[in-house]
Design a protein around this ligand. Structure first.
Ligand code: GLA
Length: 689
């Protein structure tokens, strides 16, 4: 069904996905112009589409190009900006052919004068509607000076004219990630970007655009997701005629890399998806794509983790961790992770980062006895690490002050008392791989929580001929070290974290198994954070712990089952200070963990539907609904919750009460929920009869 085809007569290419089509054409001037992205078309239909309109006036330029470069009569945001050795910047492309290889299309462009070539790459998959796009740039000269790549986006996506379109995206900050905004798409230009060296808590590298009328269940939605974990930029444009387009790729403005003779530069993937099934349909399509084509182990059920951070902070020692481990095992945790504080002189965030050997006072016999105890208790053993960072107060920094990002004659600004290692340096990446490999080997470590706790600054690489490569090579080396570790230790699993959700993107998800979405574990705040997370990322990648009440960050008190139910909508974990929980709470926690394990395949592997104050999952013949009630300030009863994605003809039995409901009634009328009082919550299990 999915295919790539070309009509040589008209110069039209057509990409067909499961339910959508994408078409472009070579126009009379040899420019690659966008024709269609939306519902299905045949090649014959595409061939007959009117050619793209010429510029509207002498003040307008070419629009709707597949990969607009800087040069000629173009006045929009360029996807490509190059400075040639003669200091000029205009690129003029000639079409140089194309290749079709299964679901992959490569269109080759060649500059008319300079030895610069571009491959515009497209890939469609047999099982989804996502179109992957990326670009390869080549300096084909045999010798001579380098070109400067000032901007090299992955792709530019053009939509049909949408008179009243909206932009959906997430913004936030530390402890307030993933706030979803759905606003009228501003005219002119809107830029979403990170200049922090990580994809960032502040804006996530994706967007959705709809015609102004989509909701969770219905409507056309176009979306783009960038698979990159460093700085990035996506610029959305809306023309006077209300045609939206967006160009995006790695890097922020300023840094430029050199492309020497014979060198090529491959951008990350900027994937696009058209869905006619509303925001919910778009999210589920992304979830399926991520499971099928991004995650290393999509079908594996994620264990219930216990993590020590909120219980012990930096105050980590063998005895304390043993006590936590015993309680964690008793409530049903399957994996025990010792967070920050186990190594070097790490008694606070002021020292020790970089010295990755167990602290001798806290672990006089090393980590082996604790790891053995954790295993004896029937759990896997995991450790927190932060390989990209160093405290100035550390043996590593005293030995290698040149290993950090720095610039001559400039300060070395610490954030959280730490500096960033220049992970782009091969020796630094090798050092990190080597101690991580030793650590994992020595203790048979099952799980690493790989953290990254500050943004990059003074990102220099003194002595390097192309110092701005630091921005991209840092990211690539993080990926490489993770991949080498995984190859060497196939059972190792990785949770990605960057001070919470500072590195949540499809780049990291190709190398890690799940992401820690926020350092804010307050279940009420988490509802909003998780709502933003779910727009693109599936529940199986969302780590969620139950912690103490009142919450140490927000001071809010919440019932235990509410905290559990909210965390159960992803990969459940526990992060509370269990020794302070009383017997009733521990018993209740054990019951709730057991309940999660029963529904885990439905939540982690199922299709997710966002409902008002609820999330629903459907997997094979099983349905799980987790619903909650937030303070309403009114005494009105909760209306029946209308479910989605069921078979209207089928009967569904409530596994708790035995009550049987018809699918049509559950979807059209709704499920009556017993939710009384503020922060009441419930978990309903239905099975198709
Ligand atoms: C970051 C993480 C936390 C915790 C601390 C440890 O803030 O997001 O979960 O691991 O670091 O220092």
């Amino acid at each position: 069904m999915t295919s790539v085809s070309f009509d040589s007569h008209s110069g039209v290419w057509l990409l067909r996905t499961r339910t959508t089509a994408y078409a472009m054409r070579l126009d009379g001037d040899g420019l690659l112009r966008h024709l269609h992205w939306g519902g299905p078309l045949s090649l014959e239909d595409a061939r007959r589409l009117p050619p793209p309109a010429p510029p509207a006036s002498s003040f307008d330029g070419v629009t709707g190009e597949e990969y607009p470069c800087e040069g000629g009569a173009r006045f929009g945001v360029p996807s490509l900006q190059v400075r040639f050795p003669d200091r000029s910047r205009d690129v003029e492309w000639d079409y140089a052919g194309h290749d079709i290889d299964g679901g992959e299309l490569t269109i080759r462009l060649r500059d008319r004068h300079h030895p610069l070539e571009a491959d515009l790459c497209y890939r469609v998959r047999h099982d989804c509607d996502v179109i992957e796009r990326w670009t390869v740039l080549r300096n084909t000269a045999a010798g001579g000076p380098a070109f400067e790549l000032l901007r090299a986006d992955s792709a530019c996506w053009t939509l049909p004219a949408l008179p009243s379109c909206r932009l959906s995206h997430t913004t936030g900050g530390w402890t307030a990630e993933g706030r979803l905004h759905r606003v009228p798409l501003p005219h002119a230009e809107t830029t979403l970007t990170s200049r922090r060296g990580v994809s960032s808590h502040h804006v996530n590298p994706w967007l959705m655009i709809d015609a102004g009328d989509a909701d969770e269940r219905r409507g056309e939605v176009w979306s783009g997701v960038l698979a990159w974990s460093g700085s990035w930029r996506i610029t959305v444009q809306r023309t006077a005629g209300s045609v939206p387009s967006f160009t995006g790729g790695a890097g922020h403005e300023g840094p430029a890399v050199l492309l020497g003779p014979g060198e090529s530069w491959q951008t990350p993937v900027f994937a696009g998806l058209y869905s006619a099934e509303g925001f919910g349909g778009a999210s589920r399509a992304w979830h399926r794509y991520i499971a099928a084509h991004v995650l290393p182990h999509p079908d594996e059920l994620r264990p219930v983790v216990y993590n020590s951070w909120e219980a012990t902070g930096f105050d980590v020692d063998e005895e304390g961790q043993r006590r936590l481990a015993r309680l964690a095992a008793a409530v049903g945790a399957e994996l025990f992770v010792v967070d920050d504080g186990w190594y070097g002189e790490r008694r606070s965030d002021e020292a020790g980062l970089g010295d990755w050997t167990p602290n001798r006072e806290r672990f006089p016999r090393g980590l082996a006895p604790l790891a053995a105890e954790v295993r004896r208790l029937g759990m896997k053993f995991g450790l927190w690490v932060e390989p990209e960072m160093v405290n100035p107060d550390s043996d590593l920094y005293r030995r290698h002050p040149d290993w950090v990002l720095h610039l001559p004659h400039r300060a070395r600004t610490t954030l959280r008392n730490q500096l960033v290692l220049n992970f782009a340096r091969p020796d630094v990446a090798e050092w990190a791989y080597s101690w991580l490999d030793d650590l994992v080997t020595a203790h048979g470590i099952d799980y690493l929580k790989w953290d990254m706790n500050r943004a990059l600054a003074q990102a220099g690489w003194p002595g390097h001929a192309d110092p701005d490569r630091v921005w991209s090579e840092h990211v690539r080396n993080v990926y490489r070290v993770m991949d080498r570790l995984r190859a060497q230790h196939p059972a190792l699993r990785i949770e990605a974290c960057a001070g919470g959700g500072g590195r949540l993107d499809l780049g990291i998800l190709a190398h890690a198994d799940l992401v820690w979405p926020s350092d804010n574990t307050d279940a009420v705040d988490r509802i909003a954070i998780q709502h933003g997370f779910s727009q693109i990322h599936p529940a199986r990648t969302m780590s969620a712990w139950v912690t103490d009440s009142p919450n140490p960050l927000t001071g809010r008190s919440l019932p235990l089952d509410f905290r559990f139910h909210v965390a159960m909508t992803g990969v459940l974990g526990i992060g509370g200070n269990l020794p302070a929980w009383d017997d009733t709470e521990l018993k209740q926690a054990a019951t709730l963990v057991a309940a999660y394990k029963r529904v885990r395949p439905v939540i982690q592997l199922g299709e997710q539907y966002r409902l008002p104050d609820a999330v629903q999952y459907v997997h094979q013949d099983r349905v799980v609904v987790i619903a909650w009630r937030l303070p309403s300030g009114r005494g009105l009863p909760v209306p029946p919750l209308r479910l989605a994605g069921l078979d209207p003809e089928a009967a569904y039995r409530d596994e708790e009460t035995g009550e049987v409901h018809l699918g049509a009634a559950l979807m059209n009328h709704g499920l009556t929920l017993a939710l009384a009082g503020d922060h009441a919550s419930t978990l309903v299990r239905l099975v198709r009869e």
